[in-house]
Design a protein around this ligand. Structure first.
Ligand code: FES
Ligand code: FE
Length: 438
């Protein structure tokens, strides 16, 4: 059960959200953290890995859903599984690396040995220790209750009763496909993810990617002054902000500033966009892609991607887009681990793969200019949210409260033709509190 204190706070959030008020305490609270683990991270489809991270039989990566370590591994049969990294004998972890290739996992405690499909195949001194009736088939590694793949994106869910992934995604799929279906060959990761720990809350990081174009005016101002970001400080505003009601997902589809000459299709090479004409499921998606310069998609609860047009280095004439996938993984109250991948279309030319990696490294990831601006700020907000006075304040989520949806937007969801709005955040918090209370 939820304590009276927490219940009152959740009611306060539920009532306040329609009026654009969010209590600061939700960004740093030990009791709420525990409730999120149970009600949200144990019942949601959580992004774990991309298929291209484990292309060969035996390839594996370690990933986390709530506080559970999973070995996401491709078996000899080609199937992808997520196996709880916990020996069935006495609970030791059987996989000691974050990625690799293995036909078997041998527990370092007493040596029980599992095949990469989870079956227990070796028990030291089996007969002497456990006698003739011991049935190894009953003692395999436990698979994650649910696992599904969408266009190469591997998701896991701890709830056996969860709705299918497709239903969970709903209409956000249209926006996901702008990236996953840009090439018929699909995406591949450019190496393992960069990972770093930040003293903040997962919701603060997520909100920025979900809805907060407004912060670029100030947070990233120095980049504008240095000529690293576009000259028009409102460059992230010229587009649509879209949310999927009832789901918590959202997107921002940003075009070119008025009068600015930016290449079509984010600056992807023409040959690639030629292929996308056949690859995109609909004409509307292709036409939308043509006008897009920055695309962000966030999936409830803790996945985002960001796909902006960028300059890979200061000497390069022209721009090269970059794509990063994100997981905002909660570690504890006021503490997260960020997983950040760079991805590219599998069939992109080699020069492009090299340059897009540079664009990514320069702007995002642990050393990226934009990234460092953001993370520093998120950590101070999370600290204030736990302070004795700070936790009693309500924060302002009122931007764009009176905006009317854009009836001409060709994509699904509720769209606003102006990025000066917190609509996506309000939609996220509605879903968030509903899930906590259900
Ligand atoms: Fe793994 Fe004993 S805990 S073999
Ligand atoms: Fe930012």
């Amino acid at each position: 059960g939820v304590s009276p204190r927490l219940n009152q706070m959740l009611e306060e959030l539920l009532e306040g959200i329609e009026d654009g008020l969010v209590p600061a305490w939700i960004f740093n609270d030990p009791e709420l953290f525990e409730l999120e683990q149970q009600k949200i991270f144990s019942r949601s489809w959580v992004y774990m890995a991309h298929e291209s991270e484990i292309p060969q039989a035996g390839d594996y990566v370690l990933r986390y859903v709530a506080n559970n370590p999973y070995i996401v591994v491709r078996g000899e049969d080609g199937a992808v599984r997520a196996l709880l990294d916990m020996c069935r004998h006495r609970g030791m972890r059987v996989c000691r690396a974050e990625l690799g290739n293995a036909s078997h996992f041998r527990c370092p405690f007493h040596g029980w040995t599992y095949r990469n499909d989870g079956r227990l195949v070796g028990v030291p001194a089996e007969r002497e220790a456990f006698g003739p009736g011991f049935d190894k088939a009953e003692w395999g590694l436990r698979p994650i209750p649910r696992l599904e793949v969408f266009d190469g994106m591997i998701f896991g869910n701890l709830d056996p009763q969860a709705p299918p992934l497709e239903e969970w995604l709903g209409e956000i799929r249209w926006y996901l496909e702008l990236v996953t279906k840009r090439s018929p060959a699909g995406l591949e990761v450019l190496g393992p993810p960069q990972r770093w720990v930040v003293n903040t809350d997962w919701k603060l990081a997520l909100e920025t990617f979900l809805s907060d174009s407004y912060h670029t005016l100030m947070t990233h101002r120095s980049l504008i002054e240095l000529g690293i970001a576009p000259k028009d400080a409102k460059y992230a505003m010229y587009g649509e902000q879209i949310h999927i009601p009832g789901k918590g997902h959202g997107s921002m589809v940003v075009g070119a500033p008025p009068g600015a000459k930016l290449p079509p299709f984010w600056g992807y090479p023409e040959e690639m966009m030629e292929r996308s004409k056949a690859s995109y499921p609909s004409r509307e998606q292709f036409e939308t892609a043509k006008e897009t310069r920055i695309l962000l998609v966030t999936l409830f609860p803790n996945f985002s991607f960001h796909n902006p047009i960028r300059k890979p280095d200061h000497k390069y004439q022209g721009t090269v887009p970059m794509l990063t996938f994100r997981v905002w993984h909660p570690l504890g109250p006021g503490r997260i681990e960020i997983f950040s991948w760079a991805l590219v279309e599998k069939d992109a030319p080699d020069w492009f793969k090299e340059k897009t990696r540079h664009s990514y490294l320069r702007f995002f990831g642990s050393s990226g200019t934009f990234e460092q601006d953001d993370t520093e700020i998120w950590s101070h907000v999370a600290h204030n949210a736990s302070s004795s006075q700070g936790r009693t304040l309500r924060l302002n989520y009122r931007m764009g409260l009176s905006l009317e949806p854009d009836p001409n937007w060709p994509g699904p969801g509720v769209a606003y033709g102006l990025n000066f709005t917190d609509a996506n955040m309000r939609n996220f918090h509605r879903r968030y509190v509903e899930m906590l209370l259900s």
